[in-house]
Design a protein around this ligand. Structure first.
Ligand SMILES: Cc1cc2nc3c(=O)[nH]c(=O)nc-3n(C[C@H](O)[C@H](O)[C@H](O)COP(=O)(O)OP(=O)(O)OC[C@H]3O[C@@H](n4cnc5c(N)ncnc54)[C@H](O)[C@@H]3O)c2cc1C
Length: 303
């Protein structure tokens, strides 16, 4: 960041208490365990701090990137120049609202939110319990699993613009589709969401969450770093099946490999680099296209 000193003077003058890290390895903040240092990483605790940071960044034309739990990101090997704003655990808080609803801050993990819902005998969030990201990241990209999707339970979302102003969008206004919301085009930041659930039995809800977690453990390589499904579901068929049929289970470039357990996952066998993962994604997509005529698109966000 060219004007780092000026930016620091400005932001740390306004927010002297803000949690910050310099040259922080992205590998520590991504489930792939890949990525070089972020020049500056800030952890705003609330909407006001986030707005201040964004206003100063906008005025100074600083590049900013929003990080949740880093479970759907491939961060570059040579790091990130500019500012990374990390919301996981920083933007915290959940509140039970009347009418079987929960207001949840963007940095709360899906798992914590699902457990909170279960504790209050609210069903509908079970599908998200095993998705390892934050609610903010999940809403942003309409995360889903086992027939559930965030768009089925989101009532409204408080969204901050890159300039630091907040507006509330209804579920319809979010324009959700498969692993997508309008925030991707607008660079909108999820500050919090209201989820509309339904009354249920706590024990039944917990059983369902446990059952889905067991299904994940059986089918997914949860013992190795990854970013979940590496490719989006194509219009016809399933990415994992197409990769398997192309004989690519175990195919590797350096320490980046197609999982032996689940062909839809790319895993880091130890010291994989972002360059190796990118090359692997390209090669797999090309080889699957040759074998089946279907070109796979990465689901993981390549920074
Ligand atoms: C083992 C494993 C299993 C997985 N299973 C699933 C699954 O079943 N279903 C599924 O959908 N995904 C799955 N994922 C992928 C991932 O967990 C989800 O995509 C999750 O929603 C990402 O949330 P995050 O907080 O980690 O976002 P990050 O990875 O930190 O960010 C992803 C994108 O969202 C943006 N973003 C993050 N937070 C915000 C915010 N508050 N406002 C605006 N933008 C934001 C980032 O800028 C980035 O572009 C899996 C991943 C792993 C590692």
């Amino acid at each position: 960041m060219a004007n780092l000193t000026v930016f620091q003077q400005e932001i740390f003058g306004k927010l002297p208490e803000i949690q910050k890290k310099f040259n922080e390895p992205m590998a520590k903040h991504t489930s792939f365990r890949i990525g070089g240092p972020a020049e500056v990483m800030l952890f705003p605790k609330n909407t006001e701090e986030l707005a201040q940071i964004l206003k100063v960044s906008a005025i100074m034309d600083c590049k900013t990137a929003i990080l949740g739990a880093g479970t759907n990101i491939l961060a570059p090997d040579d790091g990130i120049s500019g500012l990374v704003i990390c919301l996981k655990d920083a933007m915290d808080g959940m509140e039970l609202l009347p009418g079987d609803r929960i207001r949840v801050a963007a940095g709360v993990t899906m798992a914590r939110c699902a457990v909170f819902a279960a504790k209050h005998s609210l069903q509908g969030m079970e599908f998200a319990h095993g998705i390892p990201g934050t609610v903010g990241g999940g809403v942003y990209m309409n995360a889903g699993a086992y027939g559930g999707e965030m768009c089925q339970i989101v009532e409204s979302v408080d969204v901050m613009s890159p300039e630091g102003t907040v507006k509330t969008l209804s579920c319809e206004e979010m324009d959700f589709s498969y692993r997508h919301s309008r925030l991707e085009e607008e660079r909108g930041i999820v500050v919090s969401a209201v989820l509309h659930l339904a009354p249920g039995e706590e024990s039944t809800i917990r059983e369902k969450m446990q059952d889905l977690m067991n299904r994940r453990r059986t089918s997914q390589p949860l013992d190795l770093p990854s970013a979940g499904s590496a490719f989006k579901r194509p219009v016809s068929g399933y990415a994992a099946a197409l990769i398997d049929q192309a004989g690519l289970k175990g195919f590797r470039i350096g320490d980046a490999a197609v999982s032996e357990k689940h062909a839809g996952f790319v895993v880091n066998l130890g010291n994989a680099t972002a360059a190796q993962v990118r090359e692997l994604l390209d090669r797999v997509s090309g080889l699957v296209a040759e074998a089946s005529g279907i070109r796979l698109e990465p689901e993981v966000r390549i920074w």
